[in-house]
Design a protein around this ligand. Structure first.
Ligand SMILES: [Zn+2]
Length: 250
């Protein structure tokens, strides 16, 4: 025969209540941290995004600068050509040749004007991007400061509670092993249903300690007998009597 220890209902309730009290302590620590962990990770994501944006703008500016350099080279080439044509025009033999050279000069001049306009537009574009970049950098600096502040707060709380939390976690792991899997599953399910994480509650002033719904005397007496696992008819939480609640301590 397998040597499986059968727990009485009373023992089961005691184990469950013990687990509840440990979990409640950990919940308190979680409340202390509040939204900080989420806020910190959100800020980190935002900052990563802003840095990516910063890099993208810088790359765009580099691209525009390259474009400007190309246009400057184009102007230089055109100037060289114009000088060459002007020299040629000193030795023209006829009117037709003269006109052909003039046309070339005119074309190169137009090329130059166009390149100058492109440079002017590109320079304005760079100025716009510089403004956007400056805004992004300011935004990053502000978010960095905010992140540093929130991280500091969170680290302070973690520093103060880390040891305690670790101890509770270990206690909870041990306590879980004493609760049978089916009951543990109900416990977790009920816990998840309520923001305050209470799945096992004592009777308080003739009412459920979770939802404060009145519990009839007959049912209270059944709960005190600890022969059955009974739940609140209103909220579904597992009920224990006050004496058991007082006996189970961390
Ligand atoms: Zn209830």
């Amino acid at each position: 025969m397998a040597n499986v220890k059968e727990y009485s209902v009373e023992e089961k309730l005691g184990s469950l209540l013990h687990l509840q009290k440990i979990e409640s302590k950990m919940d308190e620590i979680k409340v202390l941290k509040g939204e900080l962990p989420i806020e910190v990770s959100d800020l980190e994501d935002e900052i990563t995004g802003l840095h990516a944006r910063e890099t993208r703008i810088e790359e765009e500016v580099n691209g525009i600068n390259e474009f400007i350099e190309q246009k400057k080279q184009l102007i230089k080439d055109a100037q060289d050509l114009i000088r060459k044509y002007e020299k040629q025009s000193e030795n023209v033999k006829n009117n037709r040749e003269f006109e052909a050279i003039n046309k070339e000069i005119e074309m190169q001049t137009l090329e130059m004007r166009l390149a100058e306009k492109h440079i002017k537009d590109a320079t304005e574009e760079i100025a716009d991007k510089a403004r956007v970049l400056e805004g992004a950098k300011k935004n990053i600096a502000a978010k960095d400061a905010n992140l540093k502040h929130k991280k500091g707060e969170l680290e302070k709380i973690i520093g103060e509670t880390e040891k305690e939390e670790g101890e509770y976690r270990e206690m909870a792991d041990k306590a879980r092993q004493k609760v049978d899997p089916r009951l543990l599953a109900s416990f977790e399910r009920i816990r998840n249903n309520y923001r305050n994480g209470l799945a096992v509650v004592p009777i308080v002033r003739d009412a459920c300690g979770g939802c404060f719904n009145a519990i009839p005397p007959q049912r209270q007496s059944e709960i005190r007998q600890r022969k059955k696992i009974l739940v609140c008819e209103n909220c579904g939480r597992i009920l224990v009597d006050q004496d058991l609640d007082a006996q189970v301590n961390l």
